[in-house]
Design a protein around this ligand. Structure first.
Ligand SMILES: Cc1cn([C@H]2C[C@H](O)[C@@H](COP(=O)(O)OP(=O)(O)O[C@H]3O[C@@H](C)C(=O)[C@@H](O)[C@H]3O)O2)c(=O)[nH]c1=O
Length: 151
């Protein structure tokens, strides 16, 4: 498994958390952000401890992930034909503490994600068009088409 530079078009942006004695404000996405492609829908994927979701690929939608609750390991695989990082994998931790970042994901990338926190994780997603089950594809985690074995 080749695991090196960031997959082409995939971007990670550290996010601010403004903490005080009452709690905190967690930044997430601004329409002025360079990778903002418009607003379609925001939702959460709740993942229970140890559960792995995916493989999933959105063919049209641009996604912005962050994990404000818990911790998630996400594996992204690029099998886009003309991509300079075709065949590459990225493994990225998203969480509410040390890795509170926004992951900007262009269409066409396969991914799966596992809750690695003791309690459930909320993976927040803002997409640029409303959810359309017909523009995405799924593959079972044990597919032979993606050479990655979740431990
Ligand atoms: C994403 C989404 C799902 N659903 C429905 C479809 C299905 O019946 C149920 C569960 O959907 P899923 O199994 O796809 O949910 P889940 O496995 O949590 O995955 C979700 O996580 C994020 C990160 C994605 O990648 C999304 O595409 C979505 O697949 O919720 C909606 O009604 N609206 C939505 O916006």
């Amino acid at each position: 498994m080749s695991k090196e530079m960031m997959i082409s078009g995939l971007e990670k942006f550290p996010l601010k958390q403004i903490v005080d004695e009452r709690g905190a404000v967690f930044h997430y996405l601004k329409s002025s952000d360079s990778t903002f492609k418009g607003f379609g829908e925001a939702y959460y994927s709740k993942v229970n401890p140890g559960i792995i979701k995916g493989w999933k690929k959105h063919n049209l939608v641009h996604q912005h992930f962050c994990v404000p609750v818990g911790a998630v390991k996400i594996v992204i695989f690029d099998n886009r034909e003309n991509s300079p990082t075709n065949g590459h994998f990225n493994e990225i931790i998203l969480d509410e503490l040390d890795n509170y970042v926004r992951l900007s994901i262009p269409p066409g990338l396969w991914y799966s994600f596992k809750c690695i926190s003791e309690s459930f994780a909320l993976l927040a997603n803002i997409i640029d068009t409303p959810h359309d089950p017909n523009e995405s594809e799924v593959l079972p985690l044990e597919t032979k088409k993606i050479n990655y074995l979740w431990k």
